[in-house]
Design a protein around this ligand. Sequence first.
Ligand code: GLY
Length: 570
Amino acid sequence: MSTKGQLYVGIIIICTLIATIGCKKSNGDQPLYDITKTVVDDSAMVVTAHPEATRIGLEILKAGGNAVDASIAVQMALAVCYPVAGNIGGGGFMIYRDNMGNAYSLDYREKAPSAAFPDMYLDSLKNPIDKLSTKGHLAAGVPGTVDGMYRAFQRFSKLKDWKRLIQPAIDLAENGYKVTERQAGAYNRYQDDFKKYNTQDHAFTGEWEKGQLLIQKNLAETLKRIRDNGRDGFYTGKTAELLVAEMNRGNGMITLEDLQNYESKWRDPIKTTYRGHTVISMPPPSSGGIALSQLLSMVEPYNLRQMGFQSPESVHLIVEAERRVYADRAEYLGDPDFFSVPIDTLTSKYYTASRMADFNKEKASVSDSTEAGVIESEETTHYSILDPYGNAVSMTTTLNGGFGSTTIVGGGGFFLNNEMDDFSIKPGVPNMFGLVGAEANKVEAGKRMLSSMTPSIVEKDGSLYIVVGTPGGSTIITSVFQTIINIIDYDMSATEAVQAPRFHSQWLPDMIFHEDDALSEETRMALSEMGHELSQRGKIGKVEAILVSEGGKVVEGAADIRADDDAKGF
Ligand code: GLY
């Protein structure tokens, strides 16, 4: 690595240590949780957004469960202890690679209700109605999480004990957990929305403080129905009735039939090669796998290491690749059950080379930025799990925005997603992530909305190498991309790669967003001279990564220092 790169890495390690120690302090008292940001172990690893979820995942592995068992328990735990994004009222994507090298992807993305139609969020003049696709009942798609978890359980569970996987989340909901400072802040910030979009009593009311116990009785009862009845505990019977009753309180569209008919799906993962590695990621209805594959292929002909870490040359190259990839995303990507996505073409090296044919090393090209959008809340959550048998899960799950629609199912205790905003509600009009879309991603009954979630697994010499993913809306793709090149091109450890500062660009708005410590002053000036516009913003992503090296003997887990994320292994 270059001297500049080494300097960065030194700073990163110091920041990591400070952040880790910081997480353990609680107003100078006892730490709330034992949070670890970096851990090296020899066998198993769980990296999640919350220490309670990490603990539960690890317990399942220690009880003999495999990575899929642990991922189901973690999904349910996050619905309790990380309600801003963890969920049973949302959806997500799983990449599973078993120890024989077989890779699978599970799509448990939400679907539009059967009554949905293309113009449902537009007024009579065909203009988007403010917040209709982002807040309240009409923003919710039919949840996919419980069906997805049950499907994964039926096919791959080693423990073969569904109840054992759900019980820890029930205990957590019944006995409560101590909210972290970040969580208390979020619960307080969202009080107005909670009031506005809910009429029933719920657990989140009030003024929250760090260390306060959050008990969720209604959620515990819902989880018990799921524990006792599997998918039917959510999609039929009391939970379904509570959800539909909630819909009726706020003009929502989800019906009992929509719930009964929901099905998650196994799909063929996207696979690409990058400098001799194989990268496995999520196919449509996520754009993540295709976009990641395109980005890697577009930069592969160039020597990133020689260009330097976050040098003007490397950032310019990456941003120009991102411009082309996000333009393709807007035009060609949508639910493959409704729109014929040209996957083979988009991911062919021939195509990506032709897209970069007009790349000018000295000068930024221009996106048509007339519809530039604003990037808002990016709450999703990712976790990475490796079991002692060598099976790995990379899982990204979400309600979309923070607490989704902010509507909680009355009596059910769980938040509903606002995933309908991930459709293109009007061609060319940006969604909450500033992403534009067209025909491929228009609202249609029963369709899945396009996602950016990019749970990924990388192989080296045919063996498991990296398990990686992150939340971050449209920035998910570029954060996963940067973590992979940090490891492969810049020789970083998992911890260095995850904690390294990040930047993001996405065609529209025509802008390079960067964290305050990303891109040196020199680099920023050089990029401006090339014609790029830059904008400093808050943290980008919360990456959870596992790196397996030395023939599988050394396993490094890295939890992002940007939040309460926790890595533990054994
Ligand atoms: N809701 C964010 C995504 O799926 O990309």
